[in-house]
Design a protein around this ligand. Structure first.
Ligand code: FAD
Length: 318
């Protein structure tokens, strides 16, 4: 049995940020993730200045691709609105691995299946034991499923399905474009150029609302990629998108039961308007670590629910 004061299940931005904070104060912790890093994560990879600040990321020394957008082109019901702003795009395959390594916390490739509680400790698959347990395993996090789901069931209407593809592409247009409610999509679609010649395109929307109409994310994807081709943004590509489901922010997000915490997507914290999940994952990871370090409350209620106000730093121009 491997013992650690804290075990974090999931090495995405939530888990690695929590580990990084704990390590800084000398608290012993380990991370378990079912994937071997670097691993692919389905995500557009947009991060905000707040994420950069909270992670104490030095942009000039970050060793991987990072693009800064000074303007974002929004299309709302077909009307173009260009917004001056300052946002960033990273590639998750690089970013997550870099954050995990930076935490300097031991990491085990292990698919967590069974979690038991014995004499106040958590026992994971009869192999790992800890006093504190942090669930950072995303939507299907086993910590959420074991302890939180029956007390804090998620609201199905807030389930988002997103599909995307990130690929090397000699893009001509290096702006970020976001289309809202195009083709009656209950969500939005994106074109996000990345560093080192990669491009990320994708769509995300309410799964329930798509189903109600007999619509599907696949039909929306076909419409979207056809549009990108017509507009000359992506040409002659055989697409092969991948998808993932996650929940938007719940009214009363679950956070802690005894010494078990959940953070990031496991706690369903993505913003209600844009589905931004990296920022809330980082912030909740820091808060869980602070709570373990200082013994103070772990509260998620003041974590940002909406992304738009901070994007709109400048004036609209159409
Ligand atoms: C298509 C799409 C686009 C998105 N675009 C953006 C965006 O541009 N900006 C943004 O801010 N957010 C975006 N999001 C949301 C964002 O990706 C998530 O909110 C964010 O990754 C949450 O981080 P996390 O650390 O909580 O979970 P994750 O990054 O999902 O990490 C969870 C980790 O847990 C591991 N794990 C899962 N189960 C187990 C298990 N049983 N045992 C061990 N390990 C396990 C997984 O392997 C994984 O590494 C997007 C989401 C989708 C689907």
């Amino acid at each position: 049995m491997i013992y650690s004061d804290v075990i974090i299940v999931g090495g995405g931005p939530a888990g690695s940020t929590c580990a990084w904070k704990l390590k800084q104060t000398g608290i012993e912790c380990i991370i378990l993730d079912k994937e071997t890093f670097p691993r692919t994560k389905i995500c557009a990879g947009w991060i905000t200045p707040k994420v950069v600040k909270q992670l104490k990321l030095n942009l000039s020394s970050y060793p991987h691709s990072l693009v800064t957008f000074r303007t974002i082109h929004f299309y709302i019901y077909g009307k173009k609105i260009s917004v001056p702003t300052k946002q960033y795009a990273i590639r998750r395959i690089e970013f997550d691995n870099w954050l995990l390594k930076r935490s300097k916390v031991p990491y085990y490739t292990h698919h967590v299946v069974k979690i038991e509680k014995e004499n106040g400790d958590f026992i994971i698959d009869r192999k790992f034991q800890s006093k504190y347990l942090v669930g950072a395993g995303g939507t299907y996090c086993p910590v959420y499923k074991s302890f939180f789901e029956c007390v804090y069931p998620r609201v199905k209407t807030s389930l988002i399905i997103g599909i995307e593809e990130e690929f090397p592409y000699g893009y001509q247009d290096d702006h970020c474009h976001l289309w809202f409610f195009d083709n009656h999509l209950p969500g939005y679609s994106w074109y996000v150029p990345k560093g080192n010649g990669y491009l990320n395109i994708g769509i995300g929307g309410s799964l329930e609302r798509l189903r109600e109409r007999g619509d599907s994310i696949k039909k929306q994807w076909d419409f979207f990629t056809h549009k990108l081709e017509k507009q000359g943004l992506v040409n002659s590509r055989q697409f092969n998108p991948k998808g993932y489901n996650y929940y938007l922010r719940q009214r009363s997000p679950a956070g802690r039961i005894d010494n078990a915490f959940i953070i990031g997507d496991a706690a369903s914290l993505a913003t209600k308007d844009m589905g931004e999940g990296i920022g809330p994952a980082v912030e909740s990871g820091i808060r869980a670590a602070d709570s373990i370090i200082t013994g103070t409350d772990y509260s998620l209620t003041s974590i940002t629910k909406y992304s738009f106000p901070s994007i709109l730093l400048g004036k609209w121009h159409s």
